[in-house]
Design a protein around this ligand. Sequence first.
Ligand code: INI
Length: 157
Amino acid sequence: MNVIEGDFTTEAVQGRYAIVVARFNAFVVESLLQGALDALKRHGVAEDSIDVIRVPGAWELPLVVDRAARKDQYDAVIALGAVIRGGTPHFEYVAGECTKGISQASIEHDVPVAFGVLTVDTIEQAVERSGTKAGNKGADAAMSAMEMVSLLKQLHD
Ligand code: INI
């Protein structure tokens, strides 16, 4: 039996990474960004291999993730944002389109896109997932991106 999987050695995770970051709910999303950058750097990804691209909100993530995923510019894209439920259906539209668009970009362009977008009911849940008691989903997304970069190096096109 052959098990093919990614690993986290410095050599395996080398690649070009784009982190696409929503400005909306910045108090949470900046912590996701710090978590993602910390994870990449601690695994030995060179700083000049990381581009941080800022967009207004989660709604704008799919377009820019799609652009970044095109034409072999990056080995992986990491999408970061926070959609926090309010009292209106706005949440459903923003969260739904964001999720769908990001997954489409990954499949269409054959580039791993890690989903580090919080979709939560409350600000407290967002804070818990951005570096407090429920970890840091930005760091988790960066780990997924590195694992996928390493895995895809081992699979044929
Ligand atoms: N953008 C977010 O990233 N998170 C949200 O919770 C949010 N809510 O709730 O409104 C949000 N809205 C802005 C949206 O992403 C667009 O930037 C805006 O509609 C302009 O196109």
